[in-house]
Design a protein around this ligand. Structure first.
Ligand code: SF4
Length: 299
């Protein structure tokens, strides 16, 4: 393949994957929803979970997005420093959004600031959002595609606490947020928490926490313990599927952290809904790809 053919190939792959993402939930989310359904013992809770599975089957059958809110498309990129199309990735992802919007189709969700005009293309100033990490000595690229809905992860919240508030302050903040706006997202909710020394770092970590496989744990045993305790506390509220009550409120709680300044502790929260549309794809230097989030799928 020459360079032009490689660009065309990657654009086609990312267009199809971006559209596909809006229709099918990743394997771990589906498995967790099935597990939570089994734990319910009321007709109402079970029937709400069943409607989610029916929604997935119909989205498949009719080839349509599984929620009307296709969100703002965000790409979190881990790019190998030696990936051959490094300079082209930004343009490729923008074209992929433009094309997927027409083909999938995806609802138009990009409104230019101050002009207050919907561009009608899902692209706009700095949109699609692209977050970069460079991986040394690698020739491949791994891209996390996320549809951030207006009711779930877009209205994230954050606060820098006084250092004396400590981890108790973090827990209190999480419960304050989750018992107020948290139910804007259609439950059960995936809760991403970032803890760091400043608000912008905590905010981006809270979003990255949503990309971890459900059930994975923080690398520090105390972080893992905090995730489990928060999960238990939030489940005890008993939101249930779609907030109609049940044994659980969350599909999981994930914490990501960065070292902090001695005088600050910042916490941020992003939430994912039951229709947690994220997908991971790895593209190698020869433009072959593997979808890591949806096993056995080819585009
Ligand atoms: S919270 Fe999720 S499932 Fe509910 S409307 Fe928004 S994107 Fe759709």
């Amino acid at each position: 393949m020459n360079k032009e053919q490689m660009i065309q190939s990657m654009t086609a792959t990312m267009t199809k994957f971006t559209g596909y993402m809006g229709k099918r939930l990743p394997d771990d989310v589906t498995a967790k929803l099935r597990e939570l359904r089994e734990q319910e013992d009321t007709y109402l809770a079970k029937v709400v979970y069943d409607s989610m599975f029916e929604n997935q089957a119909l989205a498949d059958q009719l080839d349509r997005p599984c929620c009307q809110d296709t969100g703002v498309i965000q790409y979190f990129v881990k790019a190998g420093a030696e990936f051959p199309l490094l300079s082209e990735v930004q343009g490729i992802l923008r074209t992929a959004v433009l094309e997927a919007t027409k083909i999938a189709p995806l609802r138009h969700n990009a409104v230019e600031i101050f002009k207050e005009k919907n561009t009608g293309t899902n692209t706009g100033e700095r949109v699609p959002i692209i977050n970069w990490e460079i991986v040394p000595n690698s020739k491949s690229i791994e891209i996390e595609v996320y549809m951030a809905g207006g009711g779930c992860s877009l209205p994230g919240q954050g606060k820098t606490l006084m250092p004396g508030e400590g981890y108790e302050g973090v827990v209190k903040y999480v419960f304050d947020v989750m018992t107020s706006y948290g139910v804007n997202a259609c439950p059960p909710i995936l809760v991403g928490i970032g803890i760091a020394g400043s608000i912008e770092v905590a905010a981006i970590l809270s979003k990255k926490a949503l990309f971890r496989p459900i059930g994975s744990r923080h690398h520090d045993p105390q972080g893992a313990q905090m995730e489990l305790l928060l999960e238990k506390g939030l489940n005890d509220i008993g939101l249930g599927p779609q907030g109609l009550s049940g044994k659980n409120s969350v599909t999981g709680v994930h914490i990501e952290s960065a070292a902090r300044h001695p005088s600050t502790i910042s916490v941020a929260i992003s939430t994912g809904c039951w229709a947690h549309r994220r997908g991971t794809i790895r593209i190698d230097e020869d433009m072959s790809y593997e979808i890591l989030s949806h096993k056995g799928v080819s585009l």
